[in-house]
Design a protein around this ligand. Sequence first.
Ligand code: HDE
Length: 698
Amino acid sequence: MAKKPAPPPRPPESGFYVGNAGELHQTSADARESALTTNQGAVVSDNQNSLRSGARGPTLLEDFVLREKITHFDQERIPERVVHARGSAAHGYFQAYGDLSDLSCAAFLCDPSIQTPVFARFSTVVGGAGSIDLPRDVRGFAVKFYTQEGNFDLVGNNIPVFFIQDAIKFPDLIHAVKMEPDRAYPQAATAHDTFWDFISLMPESWHMILWAMSDRAIPRSLRMMEGFGVNTFRFVNAEGKSTFVKFHWRPRIGSVSVLWDEAVKICGADPDFHRRDLFEAIERGDFPEWELSVQAFDEATADTFPFDVLDATKLIPEEMVPLRPIGRMVLNRNPDNFFAETEQVAFHPGNIVPGIDFSDDPLLQGRLFSYLDTQLGRLGGPNFHQLPINKPRCPMQNFQRDALMQMGVPQGRVSYEPNSLATGSARENPEAGFTTYPTTRSGAKERVRSETFMDHYSQARLFYRSMTAPEQDHIVNAFAFELSKVETPAVRRRVLGHIRNVDADLLGRVEQAMGMEGEADSIPPALEPIDMAPSPALSLLAKARPTLEGRKIGVFVSDGFDLAVLEQLRTAAEAAGAALEVIGPHIGDVKSSGKAAVSPKHAIAGAPSVLFDSVVLAIPEDGIEALKKQAPALNFIRDAFAHLKIIGCTASSMPLLHAAGIEIDDGVIQLDASQGVKDYIEAAKQGRLWPRASTIVA
Ligand code: HDE
């Protein structure tokens, strides 16, 4: 092919700087394959300057390159999700442990040799797409399984119950919790009048409220969250036998939460804390992993429970129906493009495959309408299933045609069924096709709530009483914090009235923390709550096991630090499954005592200790005086201590601890003592030093 003449040299007044970023423009027609083009395929000759009449003259309307580029940009945003707008996601796979055919005929659950691709999206509920990662909030935990029999979406949360019993209350709940419509604040926060006003008038929400005030609502990492299907589903086996199931996800590295004071500070230091954590863990090959279990029970067993399994404000204590592990999910690949995948993924609890079916839970029944409806508006029409992230990975064909953004080019003259003109075209299949489980329930058509849904407080009480002492303290503090932000005293008093129905001890503590002793309203419960046996499985702390897997250690060094200690620490931390990050007084290289240069990942001013699970101070003697005068360094230490963290410390760094006003305790481990690094790692595996909470309240 004849070569096009090279473009004229760019005039110096273009004014751009390429630096060492490589060639800015191509010079030969051979480069057509990688040439920058318009959406119509025309190669763009100049992506820096719009077409104008003379170097200083007006821009011309005929500049189709400019207009196409700007028009596309103007339309870049699509409506964000009305709830769960802020999310982070990853690809991976699910693999069954064995044969589940006694319960379900779903192929992906019955064959352990099948690796089913998945896409999991975690989200907050209350804030917008650009809001913070650590508000007090329930987290979405949605997984799309691209099974060989079609897509199955398990669209759950990190809390096993929900605020309301009937879908018709969902818009009210969400309007109440979101920013108030006249003032447009607070963004991503439950601590305001409209939320608590609504809650104070909705006794059914009280079990969920206890969870929302607990540590579950401020997880340390998306990788460390439990997940739940919340609604009761059915498994159906090949013989047509139905079993009710509740879905549970358990993270392999344990479930951990941050403290409220940490959450508040993390939101300032790194609003993308969870998103970054998930992305970076996957990039470094530390793949998040969850075990999927079910609680399986038949209808007769369900009838013996003192609550209704169709009521999504109730859980089934594991002590009553144990978890049966059925497989595991590993997330091992970050999305290539946030918008194309994380933003455009369309979950729908109605996406099920043979072997899985719905229950009559009225919340679930409403959800089955809502998700498809919301996708139509958000993704602009009924062809969103053709987007790569939503496409099933098994063969898919039918006679649905046309509509906005049709990306396929269907062939032939037939677009209906039955037909005799297109032999071999798609046909229904009564044997392999999805058949709905034939329930027989029927009744009068009426707007009514079942009597079996009327107990609103017993499980809230069960939850509170199943917590360890620190977890109970956090619930008390959370109530006091939230209600102190409520401006209307009558709402506060009404909320206290519900707390009375949950637990008298809790009421006393919250009233005292708020300075509102004796002010609780009297709210007669619809049904007198019962005392259930505590369920230790509900407590995160009670089931925590010592580990540093997936955790992050921040090591603060300055010039002249001991490289041997850093290397020992790194080896020990990595062997324990933790990531170690070096923090310097600045971002430029820091020199060890032997003059080895180390590049810190962070400068101290941008790396408060809230970003780490545990911290280490490795400051040489002559570095102390300067740091004693620096607030970021002192706050780094004070916060680590107040947040009950294990602090590793070289002997030379001790004066800095003293300068920060720290009283040495069992959670401060001297590293250069014999076995120091080993002792530090063992201590750090415990997470926090809870007894320290008696001397300092964060
Ligand atoms: Fe959702 N929910 N929801 N929800 N939900 C949505 O669908 C809805 C509920 C959950 O990462 C929306 O695509 C109703 C419970 C997750 O994309 C919308 C009701 C649970 C996600 C919707 C509920 C969830 C959503 C908004 C009351 C836990 C994010 C955007 C009956 C089991 C999925 C969208 C993602 C998203 C409706 C209650 C989980 C509006 C009507 C209970 C994880 O369709």
